[in-house]
Design a protein around this ligand. Structure first.
Ligand code: ADP
Ligand code: MG
Length: 706
């Protein structure tokens, strides 16, 4: 009875399953233990009771206490999904939605996308069986367009409400209204069946909602915030009850610089190595403002590391920012191998949205990238601005989660005293076109009369209405236009990008515009490391178009596509991907960004196909394409001045071309640009040369003779 070959195989297989099970059990046990030790665990029963007894509840608790990961699970087991209802949890940031969903799926021992899932723009990981659904606040707003009663949700948790993103603020107003409607619907339903349109609750003047006669339970609404001041939310929701979850916080030593730092990236770099070489074990968290900064600091760390003696090289970097591919995001949560120290290079995401274990040192340059709207000029820009005191406090708190820690503020203490107490809600400092478009599509016409938690500035509303009118989305009476307005509201893009797509189908260059809009939707396609400036410039020249950055981006995308197609024929998927990464590296293209752009491209292609737009190409006739750009981005047209600066025609603002643009040197007479970015200068990025005379022809509503 010799064992046959098959048997041995089976035996080995069984053994490995047993081994895996062993790992699995211990890991699961460890996770269960971690869950039980979270501060929120001691109030599980109380929280479930509170939600049962109150339709609206405010939950306040320090970052890391377990709000985001635990409360949805408590509610699930507390029976809030019993009739097939879904618990929706909104996050201001994509990364948070994804990483938390993954964690919770693991805690529940289920595959992601089944019971626990996430949905963010361009990436839906949910199924019919999903009951705990993490998503961005913007995405839930979009869902409301298709289902104004949000009927599939039994509970909605608005998380990170203290961030006061514009989407969160609009959502809060909308949910307040939905809640009233659903309460009144369910009362009516108890009496007799009702069909068609239902009016919102008595005092709710503007809201008509098609609830299609569904039987709806009242909507449970939970507002979660890390800021201890719950008053503003409680008052907004008619003195809603607030529950405080006690957190744990160890002492954090705060260190300031003597002098202001002129280059905070360099200061951050020096501090990283100072900690690494002089301080005891513990990971480092560095707050930076965006992908570009993170990637450049990451390169510099690696470069300096190579110059250290071998024994001192045990430092690993982990970036985390919103467009990082999701499998990479989870790496920051893994403990460093023994003897190694982790440096996490993060955007504001790590301030309150995600808690990474192991942090003992925080480096805080005291700046953040924020949307700023100049209502008089009608121009939004992305600016690097000082944090508020509240933000600085949250950041330093991240060092004291598991034991005493240190926070290195890269500015003098006198600076801190000058910070604002708290951050201004985004709705008071952003372009409102997108929000207005969505509210209009929801049937809410009276924007100024909408029940905002904080009213946006009147001039900003008027400005945004004006630009939507100029883009053809609104009529003179500020109603959504029949075709263009509705189409623009349906596309998950900024209004001007949607406009460009819609127009390009008429100009016969939708194929090109899809590519360009996708490429413009991601941060930094090119990178130029300081030590290889010449090489990277030479690489860029292979793609660059004398007409500008849009066409250059188009060339890059097409070249990458050609490369992918060729590779797919001869290589496996993994090998093809690896080759593409190498191709990117050789050409100084950011492979993460390119990959993101390719994802966005396939999504918006699907969107426009669903809308019935015809995808055709203008072939080599790039004049057509540039005219289409002019016809869409006319609000961002600028004219060269004798001193080489540019004047934005619609506002008179003086700006200059960013050095990264392919038109930085040639400086054409008339251009359109994509974005204004302000640091010390007013820089415009992504520029295309146009003809001045096209403006009155293609955008007479803005430049016509009156
Ligand atoms: P809060 O929402 O109150 O800030 P969270 O629910 O986000 O708290 O986090 C609770 C705990 O879960 C934290 O200690 C955090 O470190 C841990 N945690 C969250 N995500 C992960 C992950 N992917 N891996 C390991 N631990 C995680
Ligand atoms: Mg949280």
């Amino acid at each position: 009875n010799l064992p046959r070959k098959n048997d041995t195989c089976n035996n080995n297989h069984t053994q490995s399953i047993e081994a895996a099970k062993g790992d699995f059990v211990t890991r699961r046990q460890r996770i269960q233990q971690q869950r039980k030790s979270l501060p929120i665990a001691s109030v599980e029963k109380l929280l479930v009771e509170e939600v049962r007894n109150n339709n609206t509840l405010i939950v306040v608790g320090e970052t890391g206490s377990g709000k985001t990961t635990q409360l949805p699970q408590y509610l699930f087991y507390g029976g809030f999904c019993r009739d097939g209802g879904v618990i929706g949890i909104t996050q201001p940031r994509r990364v948070a939605a994804v990483s938390v969903a993954k964690r919770v799926a693991e805690e529940c021992g289920v595959a992601l996308g089944q019971k626990v899932g996430y949905a963010i723009r361009f990436d839906d990981m949910t199924s019919a069986s999903t009951r705990i659904k993490y998503m961005t606040d913007g995405l839930l707003l979009r869902e409301a367009l298709l289902d104004p009663c949000l009927s599939k949700y039994s509970v909605i948790i608005v998380d990170e409400a203290h961030e006061r993103t514009v989407h969160t603020d609009v959502l809060l107003g909308l949910l307040k209204s939905v809640q009233k409607t659903r309460s009144s619907v369910s009362k009516v339903m108890n009496g007799h069946a009702q069909n068609g349109l239902l009016m919102g609750a008595e005092n709710d003047k503007s809201f008509l909602m098609p609830c299609h006669g569904k039987k709806l339970s009242p909507l449970k609404l939970i507002i979660m915030s890390a800021s201890l001041d719950a008053r503003v939310f409680s008052e907004y929701f008619g003195s809603a009850r607030a529950v405080h979850v006690q957190g744990r916080q160890y002492l954090v030593d705060i260190l300031y610089t003597h002098q202001p730092e002129s280059d905070y990236l360099d200061a951050a770099l020096i501090t990283i190595f100072q900690i690494h070489l002089e301080e005891s074990h513990g990971d480092i968290l560095v707050f930076l403002t965006g992908q570009e900064e993170i990637e450049s600091v990451e390169r510099l760390v690696h470069e300096r590391l190579r110059q250290l003696p071998e024994g001192n090289q045990k430092l690993l970097t982990f970036p985390i920012f919103s467009s990082l591919p999701s499998e990479k995001q989870m790496k920051v949560f893994m403990p460093a191998p023994p003897g190694f120290r982790k440096v996490i290079l993060a955007t504001n995401i790590a301030e309150t949205s995600v808690t990474i274990p192991g942090i003992r040192y925080v480096i805080d340059p005291g700046v953040v990238k924020a949307r700023i709207y100049d209502a008089d000029a009608g121009i939004e820009s992305l600016d690097i601005v000082k944090t508020s005191k509240a933000q600085a406090l949250q950041r330093s708190g991240r060092a004291g989660r598991e034991g005493p820690g240190k926070c290195y503020r890269l500015y003098p203490e006198s600076e801190f005293d000058k910070f604002e107490d708290s951050t201004t809600p985004e709705i008071k400092r952003c372009d409102l076109s997108n929000v207005i478009l969505q509210l209009k599509a929801l049937g809410i016409d009276d924007i100024a009369g909408f029940d905002f938690i904080d009213k946006p500035n009147r001039t900003a509303i008027i400005r945004s209405l004006e630009s939507l009118f100029l883009l053809g989305a609104l009529t003179e009476e500020s109603k959504l236009t029949d075709i263009v307005g509705h189409q623009m509201a349906r596309l998950p893009l900024e209004p001007v990008y949607s406009k460009a797509l819609i127009l390009s189908s008429q100009f016969n260059c939708l194929e090109e515009m899809l590519i360009v809009v996708a490429m413009l939707s991601v941060e930094s396609i090119f990178y130029a490391p300081r030590e290889k400036l010449e090489e990277s410039r030479a690489a860029l020249r292979c793609f660059s178009s004398p007409e500008g950055d849009h066409l250059t981006l188009l060339n890059v995308f097409r070249a990458s596509n050609e490369f992918v197609v060729k590779n797919k024929l001869t290589h496996s998927k993994e090998k093809a991907e690896k080759n593409l990464r190498k191709w990117c590296k050789d050409n100084f293209i950011n492979s993460r960004s390119l990959r993101h752009a390719r994802d966005v491209h396939s999504q918006i292609q699907r969107n426009v196909e669903q809308m019935g737009l015809r995808i055709t190409s203008c072939g080599d006739d790039m004049l057509v394409f540039r005219r289409c750009l002019a016809a869409s981005f006319f609000l961002n047209a600028a004219l060269k001045q004798p001193d080489g600066m540019y004047r934005i025609l619609s506002s008179g603002l003086m700006v200059q071309i960013h050095p990264s643009s392919v038109l930085f040197r040639s400086k054409p007479e008339c251009i359109i640009f994509d974005k204004l970015v302000r640091t010390n200068n007013n820089y415009i990025r992504n520029i295309c040369r146009i003809d001045y005379l096209w403006l009155p022809e293609l955008a007479p509503q803005c430049y016509g003779l009156r």
